[in-house]
Design a protein around this ligand. Sequence first.
Ligand code: FRU
Length: 510
Amino acid sequence: MHKQIGFLSLLIAMCATVGALGQSAAASGSEAHRPQFHFSPKAHWMNDPNGMVYYNGTYHLFFQYYPDGTTWGPMHWGHATSKDMVHWHEQPIALYPDSLGYIFSGSAVVDVNNTTGFGKNGQTPLVAIFTHHNPALEKQKSDKFQYQSLAYSLDEGKTWTKYKGNPVVQNPGITDFRDPKVRWFEPQKKWVMTLATKDRVTFFSSPDLKNWSKESEFGKESGAHGGVWECPDLFPLDYHGKKAWVLLVSINPGGPNGGSATQYFVGDFDGHHFKPYSTQAKWMDYGTDNYAGVTFSNTGNRTILMGWMSNWQYASVVPTASWRSAMTVPRMLQLKAVGKELFLASTPVTELNKLDVPAFSLKNLTVHNQFDLTAKAKNETGLFRLDLSAPNTADFALVLANDKGEELTIGYNKQANEYYIDRTQSGKTDFEKGFGKRHTAPRLATDSNLTLTLVADVASVELFADNGLTVMTDIFFPDAVMTRLHLKSATGITINKITYSKLTPSVSIN
Ligand code: FRU
């Protein structure tokens, strides 16, 4: 049933295709808010990134997908591939719902040692580990309607076979029991699964991805608990030759600026237990639009994350007609110390630089009230990257604006020592009462100069402050492209340096 594309879906897909082809500079109508270098599905509903894995020169992005509508529905795994994480090509759906349920979030690994035995004649299997969500059991008010299953591919992710022994992790009676993220733990030669189990994370281990034993739990007494825990990820990062482990946990609702967001903990992991250095929640991104982000498998010594660039608070009502939502740009994750504490820092992957069309650079720029950059920027598309360094001595802001008088403001508030993004006047906001807000994020860095990298793509901004220590991702829906750009500072400030590049669109229809 799910394989049939109805006539209406086909028509919508065709319209989206035409839009995607003819858009870049002058996107209009239903494609007006289509991102130009972020992945978005040609048509229909998307949420979490799933099964991200790098294999044989290709990055695979699977995603929660409902191919029959623009709001959430029975979940499939959509699929897209890329050679560089910047140019994405949408592929046929990878996983369809079956008699065990919908295909919820999960991960994928390269089973190099063929621990599963799925590989025949020396083939290396790609194995997806995902949650089956059984709507029939849910209806019967059972609390065991989510369990973990496997599928494998022997042709580099093109086609998938579900494992006959599914499910591989049965539900012990926990209503929220989902989103397995699996990695190989070399010291003990075993797989480790990090699973969201309602108000905590549960770790399991396995020699072969098929037989799992519970190791431990973490988090009931730690971190933020304003909503259910979802989409965890556990990975090591080096810090000056030492290894620390980062545990990401998405939470919905309960984010620092409302709705969904991702908290994290830094600590040690010995293959059995996670021990945090601090039980306080830290936030990976203070904007409202980076959710369910997890890392790619198999990317060597880089740890790369992409998140869903939306928020459950309004994802179903955002004003895009034929598709819903996009992913964030891929971000490289690192640990940075502030005082004695370690924090996660995110910065756009360097592959993004290939879209740069350098436009101008200015030094020692004094801003009194306002400095207009519009003529220099010549920004017809709303796609740019701006790098700025300024002393932390005064308030200042960058304003994106359009001919309709709409504005999006990204700034630094000296007195509060915080960054903010204000989308109250940014265009369409009335589709949800909490959307048109000003979001804030504490400045963590203590250096006297602050640095900002801002990446803008038609209807989103991603702010990486202080080399990624404070991050904010916000979407917005202007009624015309934000072609104007100015700096403002009521008290006056001299910006050390500002570098601006236009970005080339990288979306294509295949
Ligand atoms: C997170 C989430 C996951 C779940 C999926 C369902 O956004 O709720 O916990 O697996 O979305 O689409």
